[in-house]
Design a protein around this ligand. Sequence first.
Ligand code: ATP
Ligand code: MG
Length: 275
Amino acid sequence: MSFKTTPELSKIKKRLSKSRKAIVLNNEKGGVGKSTLSYYIAKLLERLGLKVLVWDTDPQGNFTKSINGAEISQSYINDNGVISSADVFKAELPSGKTYRVSDNLHLLAGTDELYNVDEEMGRESLGHAHRNIQTLLEQGDFDVVVIDTPPVLGNRQLAATLISDYLLMPIEIDGFSLDGINKQITRVVNIREQVNLPLPQITIVPNRVDMRSRSSKDGLEAIYKASPVTVSPVIKSNTAIKDAIRTFTPVWEYKASSSKAAREMLFAAISVALR
Ligand SMILES: Nc1ncnc2c1ncn2[C@@H]1O[C@H](COP(=O)(O)OP(=O)(O)OP(=O)(O)O)[C@@H](O)[C@H]1O
Ligand SMILES: [Mg+2]
């Protein structure tokens, strides 16, 4: 499998270059593909030549592990003057460096310290996060930040939705997915209005779709018809999407019979979401 850019991806590169925009993967429902899509978007933007900061706000650290090839411990962060994911929520951003995965990919790693953010920090931490992310983007001359969120409501999820310029909501298709996602979209609209921020570009991304199932087909039809926001092309359930990540390799560098289909589906969905 190899990497082939497309006219849409070239436009995305141009649009995001020096933009300092935030791309957020969000859905309070668990297991819908937030971390998986965060990984592929970050690796794709890096591959296109952009300088990417990734912010893992989930202490499960799935995004961190896939991007770095291994977990990063809290003690490593403390001992090496590395800025952690939880540091971003503090009033004063500690001095230090972002963790370097490669020249064009740096990471704010998801660690256990993040559990405290919801328990101990107040709503003022949302404003701190917004400001600190902009500071980090400017200091490191990053083009964009990709933010993965946890499947729980709280300050971490809220901060990410407030910061987002592009909000991608992966969903699994079932009878109730449209109701759930509509509620979340309404909440984002209300929150952004309260603080006088324009709406992000919101895209629903149907993921892990099984096209052989009648209920998936019906569910999809309903979503394309009734969704209040853009719905991207479907990403089907695909073994390469899942297996490639386990070897810390994006599908466009992964040898498997389903890699080509995986690459095409991912590029099509991402091209619409980052339009
Ligand atoms: N298109 C796909 N095809 C096959 N497997 C997929 C696909 N997308 C995601 N998966 C798999 O589904 C599982 C859940 O995905 P992922 O961890 O990205 O979800 P999540 O929304 O981040 O979950 P959580 O809410 O727990 O953080 C993973 O095992 C992942 O490999
Ligand atoms: Mg996740």
